[in-house]
Design a protein around this ligand. Structure first.
Ligand code: MLT
Ligand code: MN
Ligand code: ZN
Length: 302
């Protein structure tokens, strides 16, 4: 299985258009010190030619250009076979409407996520005015075989599991399954990848699940709990925003550092997170614990 990190920043991207926090300043003035990043999404493929997106970001058009593709044989060529959603947040779903020219799209999502993109953000409803969009329900702990648009099995299967989080701000209801993590497994090679871009806590059961995979892509939104408050640009803590901070005795780094997974990588990194700076001591701490800070274009073969 091939895995490509298409985007590794949280909502807003890095640098964020209206932000002049220290990392955003550095990304503008010296991109060698702080590599710009687009909004979080990943792509998986069994054959390196036909891809499934894990979330569809508002940067999806530029991101698709990072995928290796065979030379198209028709005037129109859709390199996306399907989109698997972890939640209905805007940074994870706005890309669906931007793929409407595909004419036919496959989405896999929990029933709770489907309801939010149909009834609250209406992203799916709007897309359906242009394209046929089928939704296959993801049920926690029930593996779903991912099929290509022509119906043939890809050999990849995805399993979802609820993670601690609240629903999106614009959701009219708080239904179970509104935020999940994903494990994608290649039935042929046995390789597996966990994708958890938004997660408010890590209990032993969740850690064990992540530790059983070869590649863990995990929520690296904030370095500290009071990051936005300290910069004077927010009034909620990281935990109140359902993002477990990276640092601290109860942070994600302390927990993920002990996992046996071959690769452990942070993604969905907010532009305020100091670990984005190439020369930051925070980055060195992450690397010393055996984790990596995701960057757009990072790829893995599992
Ligand atoms: C999040 O990651 O908490 C959300 O994407 C927030 C947002 O949409 O701004
Ligand atoms: Mn987000
Ligand atoms: Zn910023």
């Amino acid at each position: 299985m091939h895995v490509v990190l298409l985007g590794t920043a949280a909502g807003g991207g890095f640098p964020q258009w209206n932000c002049w926090c220290p990392p955003c300043r550095a990304a503008r003035s010296d991109p060698r010190r702080a590599i710009p990043r687009s909004q979080s999404s990943a792509a998986v493929s069994a054959d390196g030619a036909r891809w499934f997106l894990l979330n569809a970001s508002p940067d999806v058009h530029a991101q698709l250009a990072r995928l290796s593709l065979p030379a198209p044989t028709a005037v129109r060529h859709v390199p996306v076979e399907g989109v698997v959603l972890t939640d209905a947040e805007l940074d994870h779903t706005l890309g669906i409407v931007l793929l409407r020219e595909a004419r036919r799209l496959q989405v896999a999502a929990t029933d709770a996520v489907r309801r939010v993109v149909e009834d609250d953000s209406r992203i799916l409803t709007v897309t359906r005015a242009f394209a046929e969009v089928s939704v296959t329900e993801l049920v926690p702990d029930r593996p779903l075989g991912l099929c290509y648009r022509d119906g043939t099995p890809s050999g990849l299967r995805v399993t979802c599991f609820p993670v601690p989080a609240g629903p999106p701000r614009f959701a009219s209801e708080d239904r179970p399954g509104h935020t999940v993590g994903l494990v994608v497994q290649d039935g042929r090679t046995g390789g597996s990848c966990a994708f958890v871009p938004g997660c408010g806590g890590l209990d032993p059961a969740l850690l064990a699940r992540l530790g059983a995979t070869d590649l863990v892509l995990f929520d690296g939104t904030f370095w500290t709990d009071d990051e936005l408050i300290g910069l004077g640009i927010g009034d909620r803590t990281a935990r109140e925003m359902d993002h477990l901070p990276v640092s601290g005795p109860d942070g994600s780094l302390a927990r993920l550092g002990g996992l046996p997974s071959r690769h452990r990588v942070y993604t969905h990194i907010n532009n305020t997170n100091p670990m984005l700076l190439e020369d930051a001591p925070e980055r060195a701490l992450v690397e010393r614990a055996g984790l990596r800070i995701g960057v757009d274009g990072m790829r893995f073969t599992l």
